[in-house]
Write a protein of this length. Structure first.
Length: 216
């Protein structure tokens, strides 16, 4: 959540500080980094669930997760570079904006593809994902992960539209859009990831788990 805090401090500074370029970078990079690290956590958690519960499909190579994480981190770097260039408002303004849009769009496409694979795996392994022998807390874990990914898709769509519209548009300046599509999305995701932490699910929600079936 540190990135989120930095981002919202930057959002406040935009309206009250003379250092608007610095504030814009803090706002954009902080919020993007916060969302991206949440997405990274979801990828890792979902991969652990697939390792443990997806028994009826051919599992992807473990190195594929590393590729997904690397692409996600690259998207952060691409977006951050674009915002930094854009904030200077020089002749390279459009280049910076295009880089920021490309980073967000790539991240969104990757998340949607991963979500589709996750839903396919859940449908194929429904009995293992939600076993009748396990607790409601355990069986609700995949639903929580799915909801978090859907929320982050919505948030990425908002940030992509925000970047395309510019910082003078309603999506950036209107408090309702910011509150609902940015702040609320982050808060719900953070809450769900805390309540349904894999360690808590293992210790409190699983009955008779074999050591080799652990997430860790």
């Amino acid at each position: 959540m540190a990135g989120e805090i930095v981002g919202y401090v930057g959002r406040i500074m935009i309206s009250k500080s003379s250092q608007k370029n610095t504030a814009i970078v803090m706002d954009s990079v902080g919020l993007n980094a916060g969302a991206s690290l949440m997405i990274t956590g979801l990828y890792i958690v979902a991969a652990g669930v697939l390792k443990q519960r997806a028994t009826n499909i051919v599992r992807a190579s473990p190195s594929l997760l590393n590729v997904v994480l690397a692409v996600n981190i690259a998207c952060i770097a691409l977006y951050s570079a674009g915002v930094s260039i854009e904030a200077n408002a020089g002749s390279d303004y459009q280049t910076g904006r295009d880089l920021a849009i490309a980073g967000t769009a790539t991240q969104l496409a990757l998340l949607i593809a991963f979500l589709a694979y996750w839903l396919f795996s859940w449908r194929t392994n429904c009995g293992d994902f939600c076993s009748a022998r396990q607790t409601l807390y355990h069986n609700g874990f995949p639903a929580a992960v799915t909801l978090c990914m859907i929320i982050m898709v919505v948030r990425c769509c908002y940030r992509l539209a925000l970047e395309a519209e510019g910082r003078n548009g309603k999506l950036f300046t209107h408090p309702i859009y910011v509150g609902l599509l940015d702040s609320l999305m982050a808060a719900i995701t953070a809450l769900l990831m805390t309540v349904f932490h894999p360690g808590l699910v293992e210790r409190l929600g699983v009955q008779g788990m074999r050591p080799e079936a652990s997430y860790y």
